[in-house]
Design a protein around this ligand. Structure first.
Ligand code: C2E
Ligand code: MG
Length: 360
């Protein structure tokens, strides 16, 4: 071998060694980066699991998506490359993740109305004979990626961001249109619809005006519309609330106090609030059996409402036993899975024909 050849060979070996060393280093880097990424991802996932809003991302696909999306955003914000400088781990607090999850949900919510992703489901309300006395409209969000999202996941976000105003207006408008459609149906024209109203929506200065315009435009009988307000909403700024309720009552609208018994029911306020119905919270119904403490409480509520001339409806009735017990206590209206889950309007109409509608 010539000196020249020896030099070439040695240089090639060096190159090969360097190449090998480099390869190993690159591989090691990559492995550790990937490892870190995996750890990071796992941390993120477990953090996501700890925050309430994350129920939304319970399914694996959804969680993977959100994890990746969040990771990409965080990396971008901290000016990190995915495979480059992952050793600089951004410190994450659960508040940061919560804020990001909220932000993503909010931006999706923002376009949900325009993209017609909201639907209304209707749940029957029946009397002791099982005949329909009303319906509650319950909002559903059909997210293109996460599927059906329950209102408890997104209403608080909508409430906080102010998006509840256009969303709530859409709900009321849709219910008015539904009532108008039923107006010509000899059977369903007598079915009143209850709508949940959020505090921010109710406290908006134009709420009364907006709603009376809707009723007028759709030419519907306002007594067919019932607004479900929560105790906390009613008790906040009570004089203003009463004033608004009275203005709406003059139009014919009726009111139901939702989730009665869950919060801080101030019984004395019941005298001054123009409400037509108390909706006993499912929490009091769940374990109800004759002679139990819950039964005693429910009986007290029923007797008190009767004296005050207010109607009562029990929500969350799931079993025949609960139904029988409530009937014995003198309850007059019921809502719950026993009679029907919330369902799309066409299914509700079929159920209505089967159960029959109580006419006054
Ligand atoms: P809510 O007004 O107390 O509605 C009753 C909830 O109980 C509904 O949940 C209903 O599906 C559920 N439910 C009915 N019967 C039973 C039963 O027998 N067993 C059990 N376990 N649950 C039963 P949903 O539809 O998920 O709504 C949750 C909450 O979201 C509602 O509570 C209401 O506060 C809010 N919400 C729904 N739609 C709207 C809306 O259009 N606007 C506003 N602001 N809030 C809404
Ligand atoms: Mg309700």
């Amino acid at each position: 071998m010539t000196t020249e050849q020896k030099r070439t060979l040695s240089s090639a070996r060096q190159d090969q060694y360097a190449l090998h060393k480099n390869k190993v280093k690159t591989l090691k880097n990559l492995q550790s980066d990937q490892g870190k990424l995996r750890v990071f991802s796992t941390q993120l996932t477990s953090l996501i699991d700890t925050i309430p809003d994350a129920n939304l991302f319970k399914d694996r696909e959804g969680r993977k998506l959100i994890t990746n999306k969040l990771t990409q955003r965080l990396f971008k914000r901290h000016d990190l490359d995915w495979y480059g400088k992952t050793h600089i781990m951004p410190r994450l607090t659960s508040q940061e993740i919560r804020a990001h999850a909220r932000m993503l949900l909010e931006s999706d919510l923002d376009i949900a109305l325009a993209k017609r992703q909201f639907k209304l489901h209707y749940q029957v309300q029946v009397d002791g004979a099982g005949q329909i006395v009303g319906a509650e409209a319950l909002l559903r969000w059909e997210h293109p990626r996460y599927g059906l999202i329950a209102p408890e996941q997104f209403i608080p976000v909508a409430e906080q961001s102010g998006l509840i105003l256009p969303i709530g207006a859409w709900v009321l408008q849709s219910v008015c249109e539904q009532l108008k459609q039923w107006l010509n149906d000899p059977l369903k024209k007598d079915v009143p619809i209850a709508v949940n109203i959020s505090p921010r929506q109710f406290s908006h200065p134009e709420f009364v005006e907006q709603l009376s315009r809707m009723l007028e435009e759709n030419a519907i009988d306002a007594t067919r519309l019932k607004l479900e307000l929560t105790e906390s909403l009613m008790l906040h700024d009570i004089s203003n609330t009463i004033e608004k309720m009275k203005a709406l009552q003059l139009l014919g609208i009726r009111f139901s106090m939702d989730n009665f018994g869950r919060g801080y029911s101030s019984l004395s306020q019941l005298r001054v609030l123009p409400i037509d119905q108390l909706k006993i919270d499912q929490f009091l119904i769940r374990d109800i059996v004759p002679d139990s403490c819950d039964a005693m409480l429910v009986k007290t509520v029923i007797d008190m409402s009767r004296k005050l001339g207010i109607g009562v409806i029990a929500e969350g009735v799931e079993t025949e036993q609960q139904f029988t017990c409530l009937k014995q206590l003198g309850c007059s209206a019921y809502q719950g899975y026993l009679f029907g889950k919330p369902m799309p309007v066409n299914e509700f109409e079929k159920l209505a024909s089967r159960l029959g509608i109580r006419t006054k």
